[in-house]
Design a protein around this ligand. Structure first.
Ligand SMILES: [Zn+2]
Length: 114
């Protein structure tokens, strides 16, 4: 089982197939109460989200553009031509793309449980 978790190409293929890499904000929104424990299974990548899926406000959802403000903060703005949802100020960490980390903390966590 642990050997399987170290198959990097396999896990990369899974990530590509199911897109198991998205922004920290989207992971947290999707996972809700499970975000805390699940965060140990995710690793940061060197990528940052330029768009976020709107899960509140817009009925059909929209892609919110991540815009840098003059004061350095980040803001997600409604992607609809006529904005439907309110802009959201983001923490810098929220736009970091996190991916599944089958080799790191997950292995350690499963070993710790044994
Ligand atoms: Zn919107």
């Amino acid at each position: 089982m642990i050997a399987a978790m170290r198959m990097t190409t396999f896990w990369n293929a899974i990530e590509d197939l199911i897109g198991a890499a998205t922004s920290q904000r989207e992971w947290a929104e999707m996972l809700g109460a499970e975000w805390g424990p699940a965060a140990t299974l995710l690793r940061p990548t060197d990528k940052r989200a330029e768009e976020l899926v709107c899960r509140k406000g817009c009925v059909d959802g929209c892609m919110r553009r991540v815009v840098s403000l003059i004061d350095g903060r980040l803001r997600a703005e409604c992607g609809n031509p006529s904005p439907i949802c309110d802009s959201v100020i983001l923490d810098e960490a929220e736009v970091n793309i996190l991916a599944l980390d089958p080799q790191g903390n997950r292995v350690n966590a499963s070993v710790t449980k044994l």
